[in-house]
Design a binder for this molecule. Structure first.
Ligand SMILES: Cc1cc2nc3c(=O)[nH]c(=O)nc-3n(C[C@H](O)[C@H](O)[C@H](O)COP(=O)(O)O)c2cc1C
Length: 142
C-alpha cells in the first residue's frame, strides 16, 4: 500500500537472481489463482491492513484462491510478511492468510513464515535480503 513490501520484493529479487536462477517480482494487482498453475517457486511478500486483511492489491488474488480452491500440491512457497506489533490482535495476518490458504490447498511452505515488525526499527529490506538467502538455501535441501 505504501511500497514497503514492493521494495522488499525487489531487493529479494536482486539478492536471489543469478545466471542459474531467474527471479521476477510480480505485483499482485490483477492476478488470480491461475498464477500458481505455473511451474515456479513462489515467495509471497505481503503487508497487512484493515482488520488484519491482505492489502488492497492482493485481495482479488486471495479471494480467487478461496473461491476456486485449485489443487496446489505441486507448489512450493515461502512467506515474507510485513506488519506492525502495535496491531497486537492482527499482527502479520496478511502473510498468515496467504500461508493458511496456500497450505489448505496442498502447497508446501519452505522455511518459516517471516514476520517483520515495523515498530521494531529493523529495516525490512535488509532483513528481507538476509532472510531470503536462508530461505533459498532451504529450497536446495533434499
Ligand atoms: C491503516 C493501517 C492498518 C494496518 N493494519 C495492520 C494490521 O492489522 N496488522 C499488522 O500487523 N500491521 C498492520 N499495519 C502495518 C503495515 O502492514 C506495515 O506498516 C507494513 O510495513 C506496510 O507495508 P506496505 O508499505 O507494503 O503497505 C497497518 C498499517 C496501516 C497504515
Amino acid at each position: 500500500m505504501t511500497g514497503t513490501a514492493q521494495l522488499c520484493a525487489q531487493e529479494m529479487e536482486l539478492a536471489l537472481g543469478d545466471d542459474d536462477t531467474q527471479v521476477e517480482t510480480v505485483m499482485m494487482d490483477g492476478l488470480d489463482a491461475s498464477v500458481f498453475a505455473t511451474n515456479n517457486i513462489f515467495l509471497v511478500c505481503t503487508s497487512t491492513y484493515g482488520q488484519g486483511d491482505v492489502p488492497d492489491n492482493a485481495r482479488a488474488l486471495y479471494e480467487d484462491l478461496k473461491a476456486k480452491r485449485p489443487d496446489l500440491s505441486r507448489v512450493r512457497y515461502g512467506v515474507f510478511g510485513l506488519g506492525d506489533r502495535t496491531y497486537a490482535e492482527t499482527f502479520n495476518f496478511g502473510g498468515k492468510r496467504f500461508d493458511d490458504i496456500l497450505s489448505e490447498l496442498g502447497a508446501t511452505r519452505v522455511g518459516e513464515r517471516y514476520k517483520h515488525d515495523a515498530s521494531s526499527g529493523v529495516l525490512p529490506e535488509e532483513t528481507a535480503v538476509e532472510w531470503c538467502r536462508e530461505w533459498a538455501s532451504k529450497l536446495q535441501a533434499p
